[in-house]
Structure formats: structure tokens, C-alpha cells
Design a protein. Structure first.
Length: 785
């Protein structure tokens, strides 16, 4: 129930109330766009005929002869916005994507309230009238206190239970299963993480590692107040820095949100979109300001001011019901927003699938693409899995986002397996004990539960059996361990294994192996189906230096190395991975032929030659070395390895050696025009094959790499962060300066372009034909039915 005079309504709404269901003033908030104009993904490239009335697109027809108008080049590619696409895709995008027009979409702005206003322990989803509870709370109205233990059940041998990351001899914060000093100490919120609270055995040999004894606590050294002895929970940081008191060296500050040796400085935590400026990032979950909801506080309710609505809800026309209607069951307002398809609905899933996984992190670097320094400046991580967070953030802030599930073309289900997998066995509530010790099996369960949740609580899954749903599996084995129930959907992965050659688990890391997951749970699907799925690039830390130096643009004459590969080469080398199955044996074969660094026996590869580098030694000049090479190896590690991204971002022509396994965009871009694929059996002929590629071809491939390199950057997400930092600080950091200069299509733009193509051409979606207004000429609609 909404009372009108109360502060729940913004001035802008109050001003226009009174008339019966009138359509009131369009909100004119065309603020400066967030993106440089060239990131306006679908800016028209040729003139669009003016429309007369809402249905004019029906009569508008371009009569495009796609084949004649968009011919293929010598590689069989059709260029659209610089990228060489597979012909059918490039033709459609060139002809249709750029003439797509805005249509009117009704977005409902929620007005429902939640039980007890979520008891101050959660955020109310005003559309559904349901709470998203903070970590440790549950139930309708978040009234239930969960008891999330730090320790597994104890036994005489293991008074603190068998070891887990969360095992705690001190105060356990049972809302998050994390260990702290606790009440009665001088610094109750100082973490007692990992070995800190346990006794350490003196090393068996001098200089050897100290081993923690997880059955014997060391409370003496944690709780002591006597400054002449080792302490932790009562040690004053200033005195410790001045060497006036001793502290236990094994204790440190691992949790997110605090810096300094003693966690004495509070800092910003990592939250999705940093709560969009409408909330406080609480550990990893957003505590939204009044009137806002959603994982990133990006959704306004009837009590937020229209002038503060996000860009993706503008420009809009708001229908305001009269007071009589409002006084009854007031479910919300309708806003008519001009939007272009494809429209994407992002589920606001329960936080167990996303923000709780962020908030309960025991190591701040885990599963995020950035953390914040003690000054609250961005510190980008090298987490390859950071792509999952980046794409999610872009979707939430995108103009293609809709709150209207009936109009949506796609549904994104945000389960963060990058966090689930890294956090497996972190705490009793995410234990692997019922999963045969397999992280893959634990992750499968999360996806299955998310499926059950959406199929039960929303109508959209059942409409299409999930064929218009999208899931992201960022971990090494991609969607191999997707539960059978969701295989109809589109999978976003980094590992495009079609299982045609490698029909089993390809990782050497046992915890990720999925072969033993019973088919009753996994079904019998391949890991990747090029018909419906998409491989996306992995996250690469923004390197302002590489952009400034334009490594991607290095010309052929400055590329002196013929072939370059740098990475773990297996057991024949110092510190090499011992398993034969690592890299499916591919790197080992390459090294045996072309190794350019002596192995343990002092041997080089059989075909060692001066301008071929195959080495396990990572130099500090890694990017420079890639940029000085013509061809760069793309070989698997445990699953994917991020080498495709390294190669393309440094302007090197990728040489792919992994049979039957797709790389980013391989089913949509024309790979022959910028990459070389050789089969695993051809490794001995690698150099001969590369030398056989003539200069004209090499120049042409390098030129195409230069055209597409930005499609391997999560630029959209980086610029969202740049904007947030700009609003907080007057000075701009190097990464922000350099990346803000870039303006071509990035990962997110490419993804949207593909979704637009699929909307009308995907055989997988053939039966989903719905009578919708697409804002496209007839010749662009449904070519598959
Ligand atoms: C503090 O510890 C030192 C060394 O163990 C000991 O000599 C001293 O008596 C202790 N002081 C107090 C007040 O307990
Ligand atoms: C950084 O953010 C945290 C959390 O919002 C705040 O407590 C702290 O004062 C901020 N630090 C600086 C230097 O602004
Ligand atoms: C969708 O279908 C499943 C299985 O038939 C059913 O259990 C579920 O209740 C349906 N969901 C909705 C929202 O109707
Ligand atoms: C997997 O491939 C091997 C040969 O590489 C073959 O012997 C086996 O039958 C295949 N298994 C399945 C389930 O396709
Ligand atoms: C690499 O070395 C071989 C043999 O010395 C030579 O034929 C070839 O042109 C060289 N290639 C490059 C790119 O330098
Ligand atoms: C390099 O390869 C040649 C054969 O081309 C071989 O005779 C030589 O032993 C190799 N060098 C080393 C150090 O292994
Ligand atoms: C280079 O190779 C391509 C493809 O094999 C061929 O069509 C072209 O004629 C060659 N160009 C030169 C200059 O040899």
C-alpha cells in the first residue's frame, strides 16, 4: 500500500499526479552518453526511412539482396563493423543490424512491499515483493538467522573438525562463516584467517615450511595482551609497525574490505557494479538505498526519483494512475521506454547464486576482476574468470536490458561458477563432502538449483523450455558439467569442446573432472554445441602500457620471431606440471619438437631453430615478445589457457592447436582470415606450415587481427568502472585514460550483435517465433522458419 503524501514518491511524480491515467511528460534526460559515440553499437550506417506510426516497420522493406550487396572477400568473410564474419552472419548484420529501430517497450516500475521491509536484513525486490536477504539471513522478511558454522563437526582427534578454509579456533561470524578476533579483544573485527589461530610445527629441516597443526589451537598467541609475547588480536598497528610489540607473522589481512598488515584501514569491497551509486557495498552484496533494488541496486521503484533512473530506462514516458487506483493494490508504474532489440531480461536470482559467493570470500582476490586499494582506487586482477563479472555488469547497465519478461528476447541467468569453484570447501555450507570431492559436481548443483528456482517462480522458462535462456560457465571445463535440465539453453563458455575428438574431461586437475558425474545428473551432452553456444574471451587485466605502445598495431617488419609460445611445458622441464594429461599432452609434443629452452636434461627440441621460441620461462617482457612475433601458439592448459587473448591483444596471428575445440567467436567470425589452425598430429610440421604462408597472406591476417583485437577486451565493463572512479576522484589513472581512448566494438558489443543475428536466424530458436514488434524491415525477419 502506498501513501501518496509520504516521502515514498519523488517530486517528479508528485508533480504529475492527479489526472486519470494520463500519459505524462516524457522524461527528457538525454545526458551525455556513458560511451564514446563509436561505442554506440548500432548507430545506423545507412539512412533509415522515417517511420509513420508504430507499425510502419511492417510496410517498410529494404528488399535487400544480401548476397549481391554484401559479397564475401577472398577468405570467404563478410566484414561488418571491421570484423570478418562468417558470410551468412556478416551479410545479415550488415543489412539488418544497422537499420534496427527503436520500439516502445512497457517497463513496470515496482511498487510492492516486502514482509517487515526485510527486517533491515535484506533488500526488497519491489517488483515481486520478495526479499533478497543478506548473508546469514533467510526466510520471508529475512527473519530467520542462519547459523553458518566455520567448523565441521568435531571429534577427539579433530577438536575443530576436519580442515576447511574457514576452520576457526576463535570467534566465528556465523552470518558468513568467517573467523575473527571477536568480542573482548581490542580489535574484534580483525580476521583470524587460516593458520593464524593454529599452532605451527617447527620445520623438520632448517628453512623448510612450517606446517599448521589443525588440531591444536594457538589462542595464547592470538589473544595475549602481553606485548613481549607474540600476539594478534590486541596488537596496536602503530606499535607493531614501530617494532614495539610482537605479533604472529602467520596472521594477516586476507578478507576483502580492509587493508594494512592488521586490517586497520577500511576500503571499498568488490560488488557488482559497485551498487550503481545507489547503495553501500557490504562485503560483496549491495545494501541498496531506499527505493532501489536488484543485485547492483540498479532498478528503481516507485519511490525513486525519475531524474535518477538509469540510462537503460530512458527516454521514457510514465503513466501515472490516479490516487484511487494507487490506494488499492499498487503493483507499480508503467514506463514506456524506447528500446532496440535484442532485449535481455536479467533474473534477480537469490543471492546464494551470486552476491553471497562474493561476500563470503576468504581471499579478496578470489573470483573478481577488481578489488579496491586502501584509497579506494581500482586494482584490476589477472583473474581470467573475471569475464563472468564483467559481462554480468555490462548486461545490467545495458540499454538492451528490459524488466519486461514478456517482451524479452533472451533471459540471462546469473550463476557465478567462477566463485563457486574457487570457494568449494571454503566452509561447511559449501562443502564437497556430498560431491565426491568434485568442484564440478558442486557447481552443477548450483546451476540445477537456479534452474529449479526460475522454472518454479517465473513463467519464462516453461514458455520455451529454456531455449531463449543464457548461462555463463566461466571455469576451465566450460559447460561440460551443465546439468541436463538446462542443455536447451545457450551456454557462454571459454572452452568450446565439441567432444568430437576429446570426448572426456580434458583437465588434469582432478577436482574439476566431470567424467564420473552420473548421466542422471549431467545427461550426455557435449561440452559445447556450435549451433547454439558461444565461446567468449577470458578476462585480461587492462594493460595501459600495451595500449599506449599500440602493441596490437606492430607491423610485420618489426615482428622477428616466426612462432612464439610461452607457458608450462610439462614434466620434462623445471617446475613443469607432472601429469601427462596436462594440456592433453599437446604442449609436451610442441616442446619435444621446438623447445628453445633447455629441459631438465639440457636438451632443446628436435627441430630447435633460432626464430622459434617455445619456452616455459615467463619473462617480464611477455607482451613485448608476443608483439615481436608473427605467429603465437594457442594451446590448452587445464582446459583453456587465455593464449588466444594474449595473441590477439598483442597483434599476433594465433596458431591454434586443439582439435575439435572452439575458440572465442570461432563459430561466428571467419577464423581463416586471421588465424591458423593446425591439427595436433601436424605439430612436427608446424614450422614448415607457417613458412609456407606467403607474405601477402600474413599481412592480410595481421590486418584482420588489428581489426578485431578490441573484440577481445571487456571494454564496456572497464569504462563503466572508469566512470565510477571519475565520479569519485579528480585525478584519472593510466588505465582509465588509455582505455577511454578506445572506441571500437568490444566483447559486449560483439555478444549483442550475435544475439541480434540469432534472434532472427537461429535454427535453435526456430519454434520461438512470437508476434512481436522487432523494429526491422520484413526482409530481415526469420529466415529460418
Ligand atoms: C609478559 O611475557 C613475558 C615473556 O613471556 C613475561 O616475562 C612477563 O612476565 C609477562 N608480563 C606479564 C604482565 O604477564
Ligand atoms: C573507502 O571506502 C570505505 C568503504 O566505503 C570507507 O569506509 C573509507 O573511508 C574509504 N576510504 C577512503 C580513503 O576514501
Ligand atoms: C514449469 O513446468 C514445471 C514442470 O512441468 C512445473 O513444475 C512448474 O511449476 C512450471 N512453472 C510455472 C511457473 O508454471
Ligand atoms: C571417445 O573417443 C574414443 C576414441 O578417442 C572412443 O574409443 C570412445 O568410444 C569415445 N567415447 C564416446 C562416449 O564417444
Ligand atoms: C626463420 O629462420 C629460417 C631459417 O633460418 C628462415 O628461412 C626464415 O625466413 C626465418 N623466418 C623469420 C620470420 O625470420
Ligand atoms: C637442436 O637441434 C639439432 C637438430 O636440428 C640437434 O642436433 C641439436 O642437438 C639440438 N640442440 C640441442 C641443444 O638439443
Ligand atoms: C599467396 O598465397 C595465396 C594463397 O595460397 C595465393 O592465392 C597467392 O597467389 C599467393 N601470393 C603470392 C604473392 O605468392
Amino acid at each position: 500500500m502506498v501513501s501518496f503524501q509520504s516521502s515514498k514518491f519523488s517530486w517528479s511524480l508528485v508533480a504529475i499526479v492527479g489526472s486519470l491515467l494520463v500519459v505524462v511528460s516524457v522524461v527528457h534526460f538525454f545526458l551525455t552518453p556513458i560511451f564514446p559515440s563509436s561505442l554506440d553499437y548500432f548507430s545506423a550506417r545507412f539512412p533509415v526511412r522515417p517511420s509513420i506510426g508504430g507499425e510502419s516497420h511492417e510496410s517498410l522493406d529494404l528488399n535487400i539482396d544480401f548476397d549481391a550487396r554484401f559479397p564475401e572477400d577472398s577468405h570467404g568473410a563478410v566484414t561488418y563493423r571491421g570484423a570478418p564474419w562468417k558470410p551468412e552472419i556478416g551479410k545479415w548484420l550488415s543489412g539488418c543490424d544497422s537499420v534496427s529501430k527503436e520500439i516502445d517497450i512497457v517497463e513496470s516500475i515496482g511498487g510492492r512491499s516486502c514482509k517487515n521491509d526485510c527486517s533491515g536484513r535484506g533488500v526488497c525486490n519491489k517488483d515481486r515483493g520478495q526479499c533478497r536477504c543478506f548473508h546469514g539471513y533467510s526466510g520471508e522478511g529475512c527473519s530467520e538467522n542462519l547459523q553458518l558454522d566455520c567448523n565441521l563437526p568435531s571429534s577427539p582427534e579433530n577438536p575443530y573438525g576436519p580442515w576447511l578454509v574457514s576452520t576457526c579456533p576463535a570467534y566465528c561470524d556465523k552470518t558468513r562463516a568467517m573467523c575473527f578476533c571477536g568480542e573482548g579483544t581490542k580489535y574484534p573485527y580483525r580476521p583470524v584467517a587460516e593458520a593464524c589461530g593454529f599452532r605451527l610445527n617447527t620445520p623438520s629441516e632448517p628453512g623448510g615450511p612450517k606446517i599448521a597443526d589443525w588440531s591444536k589451537d594457538d589462542l595464547e598467541n592470538v589473544y595475549t595482551t602481553n606485548g613481549s609475547r607474540l600476539g594478534w588480536c590486541n596488537v596496536d598497528p602503530a606499535e607493531a609497525y614501530a617494532d614495539k610489540v610482537k605479533f604472529k607473522e602467520e596472521c594477516d589481512c586476507k578478507y576483502d574490505g580492509r587493508w594494512g598488515r592488521f586490517c586497520e584501514t577500511p576500503s571499498e569491497c568488490s560488488c557488482i557494479n559497485q551498487c550503481s551509486g545507489n547503495g553501500y557495498c557490504r562485503g560483496g552484496a549491495c545494501q541498496c538505498d531506499r527505493g532501489w533494488y536488484g543485485i547492483d541496486c540498479s532498478i528503481p521503484s516507485v519511490s525513486s526519483a525519475i531524474k535518477e533512473w538509469p540510462l537503460w530506462l530512458r527516454p521514457s514516458t510514465v503513466e501515472v494512475p490516479d490516487k484511487a487506483t494507487l490506494d488499492n493494490d499498487f503493483a507499480g508504474l508503467k514506463a514506456i521506454v524506447k528500446k532496440k532489440r535484442p532485449l535481455i531480461y536479467v533474473y534477480d536470482l537469490p543471492p546464494d547464486f551470486n552476491s553471497h559467493l562474493l561476500e563470503g570470500r576468504h581471499f579478496r582476490f578470489e573470483c573478481v576482476n577488481r578489488i579496491y586499494t586502501e584509497k579506494n582506487r581500482t586494482l584490476w586482477t589477472s583473474q581470467l574468470y573475471g569475464s563472468q563479472m564483467a559481462l554480468y555488469e555490462s548486461l545490467l547497465a545495458s540499454s538492451y536490458r528490459t524488466l519486461n519478461g514478456e517482451e524479452a528476447d533472451y533471459f540471462f541467468v546469473p550463476v557465478l561458477d567462477s566463485c563457486i569453484i574457487t570457494r568449494a570447501d571454503d566452509a561447511p555450507h559449501i562443502s564437497l563432502r556430498e560431491h565426491m570431492g568434485l568442484r564440478s559436481s558442486l557447481a552443477l548443483d548450483f546451476y540445477k538449483k537456479a534452474y529449479e528456482y526460475i522454472a518454479h517462480h517465473y513463467p519464462y522458462w516453461n514458455h520455451t523450455s529454456g531455449r531463449d535462456h543464457i548461462w555463463f560457465f566461466a571455469w576451465d571445463e566450460g559447460a561440460c558439467y551443465a546439468p541436463k535440465e538446462i542443455w536447451n539453453s545457450m551456454m557462454l563458455v571459454h572452452w568450446g569442446n565439441t567432444n568430437t575428438k576429446h570426448n572426456h574431461s580434458t583437465t588434469a586437475y582432478w577436482g574439476d573432472i566431470w567424467d564420473s558425474i552420473p548421466s542422471a545428473r549431467r545427461g550426455n551432452h557435449p561440452c559445447f554445441d556450435p549451433e547454439k553456444d558461444l565461446v567468449l574471451p577470458a578476462w585480461k587485466k587492462p594493460e595501459p602500457g600495451a595500449i599506449w605502445l599500440k602493441l596490437w598495431d606492430r607491423p610485420l617488419k618489426k615482428r622477428t620471431t616466426l612462432f612464439y609460445f610461452n607457458g608450462n611445458l610439462g614434466p620434462a622441464y623445471q617446475n613443469g606440471r607432472p601429469e601427462d594429461t596436462y594440456s592433453m599432452g599437446i604442449r609436451q609434443k610442441l616442446a619435444a619438437e621446438f623447445g628453445s629452452t633447455p629441459n631438465k636434461k639440457g636438451k632443446l627440441g628436435r627441430q630447435n631453430t633460432s626464430n622459434v621460441t617455445v619456452t616455459p620461462l615467463r619473462s617480464s617482457n611477455y607482451f613485448e615478445e608476443l608483439a615481436s612475433s608473427i605467429f603465437c601458439g594457442v594451446l590448452p592448459g587445464d582446459g583453456w589457457s587465455g593464449r588466444m587473448e594474449d595473441s590477439i591483444l598483442q597483434g599476433c596471428v594465433p596458431v591454434i592447436i586443439q582439435d575439435g575445440i572452439f575458440l572465442p567467436y570461432e563459430n561466428i567470425l571467419n577464423y581463416r582470415s586471421f588465424a591458423v589452425r593446425i591439427t595436433e598430429d601436424e605439430i612436427p610440421n608446424l614450422v614448415k606450415i607457417l613458412q609456407g604462408i606467403n607474405e601477402t597472406q600474413v599481412e592480410s591476417m595481421l590486418a584482420n587481427v588489428r581489426q578485431i583485437w578490441q573484440r577481445f577486451l571487456y571494454l564496456d565493463s572497464i569504462l563503466l568502472e572508469a566512470n565510477r572512479q571519475r565520479s569519485l576522484f579528480s585525478d584519472e589513472e593510466d588505465w582509465s585514460v588509455e582505455f577511454s581512448k578506445l572506441g571500437e566494438d568490444d566483447v559486449f558489443a560483439t555478444f549483442i550483435q550475435l544475439l541480434h543475428y540469432k534472434l532472427h536466424n537461429d535454427p535453435w530458436r526456430r519454434h520461438l517465433n512470437q508476434k512481436k514488434n522487432y523494429g526491422l524491415p520484413k526482409s530481415c525477419l526469420r529466415r529460418t522458419s
